[in-house]
Design a protein around this ligand. Structure first.
Ligand code: GLN
Length: 483
């Protein structure tokens, strides 16, 4: 059953080939067998089986949705009432949220089954899942390699078939980069498309939730449930939600693909480049036209992001003070001691680094030099994309400079770690939608191709991804040991 896509499993459930209880039990057993991956922080077998039973009732009544009875898992950044929400941090290791994230409510309404909560970098800060308080996640393609981050638990679980599909969040690449490194499909929607209510904030102007799946068709099904205006999120955008599966089969003849020269220069592994060239050649065969473009400000994305994201995180994380939520130090002597020790003991090293950087960038005298400057660069980057997307339908490029790196390899070198998002971060600064799709392998490790579209062009991106998946098989490969 684990070799099937969400779309196929949904069909099986509707035809009563198997029940949701059977499917759920099957995935719970797989999770149990493959604990060594460390992809889950919390597994919820009782809840899952109860939801599966209710789903079977809906399937019998004829009131089922495409997602009814499908075992999914949530990144542990989405608040779940009654189930621990840790955000990968000691700070929230005992946190029981008093409400559900809108995304969680939407899946519940659709009748999806939640298997549990997935491991992630602490507060979504990281590119390798090694900053998690709950330990590193292993890449199913090579257990000595990282799965990427911060949605590394989500990517590893979907890749190893420990969930049919999963949610992720992407502030600077955290859906696309792990999707690429684990050989699955990931979609970061347009900023504002998916509600952030109940999704623990890292950098509010960049964070966006999205689907992590086997195929583009599955991503379309998941996004259909996740997307939509939410009055509880002031940055949620009130535009109609289209039918994401309706456009999947549209022909790509005449599609204009832009390849920015800045994406294919120094720093990109030559084997990854060759794999991407083969993928682009496949698109040519599908009738697409390839156009060389240039976006001169892309090189400024990493420095601008590492001012803006830490600045926002320093404000967002000020709420964790030992009083209101989560971890509180033992026997504080006074209020200052309570604050300093609770935060000092509750946060990990990378989170502290970001809070320090952000506080510095926002302080008097430095605000203009760093934060304001970074905001101006953000505008320039958005304008580069706007100009490019006025001449082409989609921009393509790498997701990551290389395939998955070794566990421990970059932990002592934050700059090297930050550079692993060099091709994804600019898209968050611009707020655009983008996907990562499996495009081949280098030395048995997966390579992702990135597709970047215009605002709210998710239907088109899914169509472009789906057409490629009709003529290639990369998204169907299963890592050895998980077949
Ligand atoms: N790796 C980037 C960071 O650490 C992006 C993380 C993310 O998208 N959540 O900020």
């Amino acid at each position: 059953m684990h070799t099937k896509t969400l779309a196929e499993l949904s069909l099986g459930l509707h035809k009563k080939t198997y029940s949701s209880v059977e499917l759920t039990q099957f995935f719970l057993n797989r999770i149990d067998q493959h604990q060594a991956l460390n992809s889950y922080i919390t597994v919820t077998p009782e809840l899952a089986l109860a939801q599966a039973k209710a789903a079977d009732q809906r399937l019998a009544d004829g009131t089922a949705d495409l997602l009814t009875g499908i075992p999914i898992a949530q990144k542990d950044i989405f608040c779940t009432q009654g189930v621990m929400t840790t955000c990968g941090s000691k700070m929230l290791a005992n946190f029981n949220a008093p409400y559900n994230a809108t995304v969680v409510d939407k899946f519940n309404l659709a009748g999806a089954v939640m298997l549990g909560k997935l491991n992630m970098d602490e507060f979504a800060m990281g590119s390798s899942n090694e900053t998690s308080y709950f330990g590193a996640v292993k890449n199913p393609w090579n257990i000595n390699s990282v799965p990427g981050g911060s949605s590394g638990g989500s990517a590893a679980a979907v890749s190893a078939r420990l969930a049919v599909c999963a949610t992720g969040t992407d502030t600077g690449g955290s859906i696309r980069q792990p999707a690429a490194l684990c050989g699955i499909t990931g979609l970061k929607p347009t900023y504002g498309r998916v509600s952030r209510y109940g999704m623990i904030a890292y950098a509010s102007s960049l964070d966006q939730g999205g689907p992590m799946t086997r195929s583009a068709e599955d991503a379309a099904i998941m996004l259909q449930t996740m997307a939509g205006f939410d009055e509880k999120d002031s940055t949620s955008v009130d535009v109609p939600v289209p039918d994401y599966r309706a456009g999947l089969n549209k022909s790509l003849v005449g599609l204009k693909i832009g390849l920015p020269k800045e994406f294919f220069g120094e720093g990109l592994d030559e084997n990854v480049a060759a794999t991407l060239a083969a993928a682009i050649a496949e698109y040519r065969k599908l009738g697409a036209e390839v156009i060389d473009i240039s976006m001169p400000n892309l090189k400024l994305a990493i420095p601008a992001y590492y001012v803006i994201a830490p600045a926002e995180c320093s404000a967002n994380l000020s709420r964790f003070d030992g009083v209101r939520y989560g971890y509180r130090c033992e026997s504080p002597v006074d209020l200052t001691d309570l604050y300093t020790r609770s935060r000092g003991e509750g946060f990990g090293k990378e989170v502290k680094r970001r809070i320090l950087m952000g506080t510095y960038a926002l302080s008097t005298g430095y605000y203009d030099a760093y934060y304001l400057k970074a905001q101006k660069i953000r505008r320039l980057i958005s304008e580069d994309f706007k100009a490019a997307l006025a001449t082409v339908d989609v921009i393509m490029g790498p997701v990551t400079p290389s395939t998955a790196f070794g566990i421990g390899e970059k932990m002592d070198d934050p700059i090297a770690m930050y550079l692993s998002d060099i091709y994804t971060i600019a898209i968050n600064l611009a707020g655009l939608p983008a996907m990562s799709i499996p495009a081949g392998f280098v030395a048995n490790m997966p390579v992702g191709l990135q597709l970047i579209g215009d605002y709210f062009a998710e239907v088109r991106l899914l169509n472009i991804a789906h057409q490629y998946q009709q003529v290639t098989d990369w998204h169907n490969f299963i890592p050895t040991g998980f077949e």
